[in-house]
Write a protein of this length. Structure first.
Length: 341
């Protein structure tokens, strides 16, 4: 047999082996998720990426006018904060991301708001992924939005453990990593955001009851603000300054307390809405980086005033223009990657 024929034969064998590996990987993904509907099948026909031990990775997914953040924790666990608006293409993108990252179990699922652009895709995630624990809004009216009702129904059907996203809740993941909720205040408080939401579920009260989450790993700190409004941001600033003046810990979890001046990266509240900003809040956290989760809309998002508060400290990324944004951190520093780079 000539050398050329041997090379051709070897090339064919290599191609067959590569194809077999792809098929095996796809079949293993499908077998691991036996009840995946045909319409999501393409989300499972992906190569799984290897994770780097001790690395924190935050993916700010481009879900149009909505929020969804996948957090791969340094201990190997995962957190999903919101799931977009539930449109087919958004859910498909989210499931594809989860499968590409090898996420079959979500250890912590956070629903920050009853609004559709936050919780719309979570029902499907609960159906097709194992969830360890969920943090949800305290809302007596589970039918407040169609998307929230679908999520709560799926959550209850799955038997997943869940608790209220509120000040005092959180988890100390390790000596150098924890997350803690900064808002809303205790769900049993008669003057808190949840009390207002349940008494009068206006657009304003729904946004004020959005969960604000702090995540810290080593020297890095990240702040997820959902749809927090000016009133919520001003309360956080006032309470933090009071705690500092009294020498008391702020939003401590497992012996770890939040130091807002340490913030490196913030998600801009309410897609940059005009009622979702507060200049002293940015003066306090002085972020190095920010992202605006915003897609095409006809309501003036992001607003110029809100953007001016952000631009006082950093030029933000926009999912609408920059695509999905990924933050990769070790215990000392982080870097940002844009999908369209």
């Amino acid at each position: 047999m000539s050398k050329n024929k041997k090379r051709i034969k070897a090339g064919k064998i290599a191609a067959i082996v590569a194809a077999a590996v792809v098929v095996a990987a796809c079949l293993s993904a499908i077998i691991a998720n036996l009840f995946i509907p045909v319409r999501y099948l393409s989300a499972y026909l992906v190569f799984r990426e290897e994770r780097t031990a001790g690395e924190l990775r935050i993916t700010c997914l481009d879900v149009g006018f909505g929020d969804s953040y996948l957090v791969e924790l340094p201990d190997g666990g995962t957190m999903l904060i919101d799931g977009g608006d539930g449109e087919y293409s958004r859910v498909l993108s989210l499931l594809t991301l989860l499968n590409r990252r090898g996420v079959d179990r979500i250890d912590y699922l956070v629903c920050t708001s009853v609004k559709g652009e936050h919780c719309g895709g979570l029902a499907e995630i609960v159906r097709y992924k194992e969830v360890g624990k969920a943090f949800i809004p305290y809302c007596n009216n589970t039918r407040i939005t169609e998307e929230y009702y679908a999520f709560i129904s799926a959550l209850r059907d799955s038997g997943t453990e869940y608790s209220v996203a509120e000040v005092g809740a959180g988890v100390c993941l390790s000596e150098d990593c924890f997350f803690s909720f900064l808002s809303p205040v205790n769900s049993q408080s008669p003057d808190g955001e949840y009390a207002d939401l349940n008494k009068s579920p206006t657009e304003e009260n729904i946004e004020r009851a959005s969960a604000v989450l702090w995540l810290e790993y080593g020297e890095n700190a990240f702040l997820f603000t959902s749809d927090a409004r000016e009133e919520t941001l001003s309360r956080i600033v006032a309470e933090y300054e009071l705690c500092s003046a009294l020498g008391q810990p702020y939003c401590a979890v497992g012996g770890r307390e939040v130091k807002l001046e340490k913030c490196d990266f913030v998600t801009v509240p309410g897609h940059g809405g005009k009622y979702n900003t507060y200049a002293p809040f940015y003066d306090l956290i002085a972020p190095s980086d920010a992202v605006v989760s915003v897609g095409e809309n006809y309501a003036g998002y992001p607003d110029a005033t809100a953007l001016s508060d952000v631009y006082a400290y950093t030029e933000p990324y926009y999912t609408r223009y920059d695509g999905t944004i990924t933050v990769i951190a070790d215990a000392e520093q982080y870097r940002i990657i844009k999908e369209n780079q």
